[in-house]
Every structure is written in structure tokens, then in C-alpha cells.
Design a protein around this ligand. Sequence first.
Ligand code: NAD
Length: 504
Amino acid sequence: MMYEADSSSVSPGAGRSQSPDRAKQVTHPVVALPGDGVGPEVMRAAMSVLDEAGASIDWRICDAGANVFRDGIASGVPDKTLDAIENAGVVLKGPLETPVGFGEKSANVTLRKIFELYANVRPVRALPGIATPFSGRNIDFVVVRENVEDLYAGIEHMQTPDVAQCLKLISRKGSEKIARFAFALAQAEGRHKVECATKANIMKLTEGLFKSTFESVAADFPEFEAGHLVVDNCAHKMVVAPESFDVVVTTNMNGDILSDLAAGLVGGLGLAPSANLGRQVAMFEAVHGSAPDIAGQGLANPTALLLSAVMMMRHIGQQEVADVVENALYCTLEDGTHLTADIARDAESVGTAAFTGAVIDNFGRSSRHLENRTYAPLQIPDAVHGPLGEVTREMAGVDVFIEWKGNADALGQSLETAVFASGFRLSMISNRGTKVYPGRTGHTDTVNHWRCRFAWTDRDRSCTDADIRDLLTRIGDIHRWMHVEKLQHFDGTAGFTLAQGENQ
Ligand code: NAD
């Protein structure tokens, strides 16, 4: 169903004389995706506010989300919408649902991946009139989340009927792009500190690559304070000292969690805006979902989408409109007399339309709480270091993942017999990440998924793919294997980690 913009739900006649002169601005095409649940309600509010504020926008309203899935389009986004986004380059988006039983992938993730919207930007700023345990702490920072890679690559397999695997992919290029983006954002907003949050202490190769890439990019920006935090410590510090943060850049999964935590510091998801940025396309959306519990009742708070729309106006260079809307929204919250139920607390609440009308009525007022930041145009950076040049590589062996219902000793002995005189030696078996064969083992509660590591032992020649095929044939004759991973050294450095207890 196509969404129809309906400004009749907004209080008429408010503040239009304060609006900047439309004639001075270049009209920018924007695709509006009203989405599902409360989406059309908050989208109507945001479009009305922008139009009344004098935004020069050529709105192109398109479909995505639940109805599209129900129509049989598995991505949740029809080609017509993708074409419109390609042409306009800017999207204001409502929440999209993936209805149960339709489609494998979320339409949100589809949009982020198709348009390589690699930077998810979530500003975290205390709002006036919104009392939280953190009020008065001067919270004002930005979480920059890598938006494409990591566990969200969506590559999952059931390796046995009882054991699932999700691949965590981190690339040097993706890490460099997001690190450069974080510094570019810090430059554009006049911020001074950029911190990287990872779990590199545990995931030494994946999160470690993100951390080391950040550190090499940071060296190009000596004017900024730069540092690293272990992500769990970062979460703790965000609660005990949120005012200490300025820009935090992090991997996709960490960022998903940290940014919701951060939104909670300043009043919750209903107030949290975001931008998804790439080189060609920028998509702005509220962090919240479709709120099915209040959908269709005219109760939704449009603040999060309005703040996202303010970010969009700055992105398309209509700074004056952004300032008018942001100030009016802040004044509405400060006044505290026209608040939606989610933020009104004990006071009487109003619906979406009345809140929106109050914002429009406040056009031209300046908020005493809005310390205006300078927003210079943000140049979306690309990776400049590129992939590593020529590296030497040497195959040290393979990990073969085997499904087996017996115990470690029986598996180990059968594999040692199978690989006899093959050039490979069974160096160890691990289960759930802990070494269980040979030698001293722990109390591992084993499952039917065994990682069997074979080291190449022939010093007279290198290990080849033919050797691996021969190994798999030998193993396959007696066991069910499901996955093989080469163990490689790049420029003499091991490109694989040890199992817990492997070096004992
Ligand atoms: P939700 O954010 O929709 O709702 C959580 C709670 O917050 C509910 O009580 C809701 O009433 C309230 N809430 C949310 N937005 C509000 C607003 N603007 N005003 C007042 N109250 C508001 O989270 P959920 O219930 O977990 O998800 C519902 C659906 O939305 C799911 O299908 C989910 O997949 C989808 N979703 C989409 C996006 C997106 O499109 N980016 C994000 C999150 C969830």
C-alpha cells in the first residue's frame, strides 16, 4: 500500500511566517519509506514539520517492509523502491518489520547492505525536559557503528543437528573505512576525542584487525585524542562516566548493543535518531521499531524521527531548516505541556498530531538548552591504505570439523590411524574451543562437534590442495566431516588462533 502524506492531522497555521525562504534552497529529492506500525504516523509528522519549516524537498513516497514481504518479495524492498533510492540518494525511513513466515532477511539489513551504508551514526545527547538518572551530566557523544560486516554478514550454518555457526567477518578495508569515517565525523562536528571499542583481547584476529586498523588510521589524525577500550569496559564506563565520551567507533555487534545502551542514558529508543551513511546513499531513521502495541492509535512520539530528519537536513545542506526544527523540538520538550505518553510521565499527555502541532507552533523560538554545534560538511571517506601488498604464505596444516558421537580418545586414535604416512599429523582436537586431545584436558562437557587440527610435517615440500583432498578422503572413509579451514602463515605470522590449552 502506498503511503499518502496527510498534513491534515497537524495543527494548522503554525509558525509559517518564521520559515526560511524556500526560494533560496535547492530542492532535494528524498525517498520517504513510511514503513510499518507507527511508521506512517511518525513519518506524516516528520514530513509535515519539514514542509512547514520550509524544507525544499521533492518527496518520493515508496513501499518497503511487511506488506512487501506479504506480496512475495523476499527482500522486503521492491525494485521500484531500490531504483527510487538510487536516484534520490537520500532516504527518510520508518521502521520495517519482517513478518513471521515471510522472508529470511530483514528489509533494514537489505537496505544497509545493498547501498553499502557502512557507517551507522547514533548521536547521544541529553534532551531538555526528559528526566533520566543521568540528567545534568552533559551527555553529548556519537556512537559510530560499522554497519555491514561482522556477524551481520548473515553467514550461518547448522554444522551438526545440534551445533550452529555464524561467521564473524571483519575486513581490513571495512575497518579502515569506518575508522576514517569516525575521524571525519569528529572533524565535521568539532569534536576532539575518538575511541575504539573492541573485544580484541579475546577475538585477536577479527576484533584485533579492527583495533589495529583503527590505530594505524589514528596515526593520520594526530590532532585528535585517540584510544582503545575493551568493549565491556566501554559499556561500564558509558554508565558510570557517560560525559567522558566524544566519538566511539566500534564493530557491528558491539555497536548495536552499545548504541542502544547509550540511547537509554538519554531517555530511551523513542527519542534516539540515527543515520546510515555510504558514499552514494544516506538513510535516516529512528532507532525504534514499529511499536505494534501502540500502532494506529495516534500515540507515537515522533521525536526520534524528527531528530533523524534534522540530521538529514544538515546532510543535504539545509542547515537553516535543521536549526529551526531542532530548536522548536527542544522548546516543545522544555515546555513539557504537549508531550506524548511515553515521555509525559505524570503530566497529561497528547497524541502524535498535537505534539507535532506544538513543534510547528514553536518555529522561530530558540532553545536555551541547545548549544549549537558547528556542522561542517562531512566528506564520506574511503579506504586509502588498500589491501596489503604481496605477502608470503605458507600452509601449516588444516582444521577439519567432524561430527562424532563418541569420546575424544576414540576419535583421536581413529584419526591418527587414518592419517598415518600422509604427511599430516593430528596435533590436537578441541571441543567447544577447549583442547580435549591429546594429553591433559579440562572438564569440557563435549558435544558432537569436534575441531581436529592436522599439522603438515613434511619439511621437504609444501602442503598442497591435493594433500588436503587426500586427507579428507582418508577422514571421510571413517567419519562425517562438514567443514575445513586452511591454517596459513602470512609473512611468517600465524593466521589462526590456538585452542584453549593447545600450547600446554
Ligand atoms: P519497538 O521499538 O517497536 O517497541 C519497543 C517499545 O517502545 C514498545 O513498548 C513501543 O510502544 C515503544 N515505542 C517504540 N517507538 C515508540 C515511539 N515512537 N513512541 C512511543 N513509544 C514507542 O521494538 P520491538 O517491539 O522489539 O519491535 C517491533 C517491530 O519493529 C519488530 O518487528 C522489529 O523487528 C521491528 N524493528 C524495526 C527496526 C527498524 O526498522 N530499524 C528497529 C527495531 C525493531
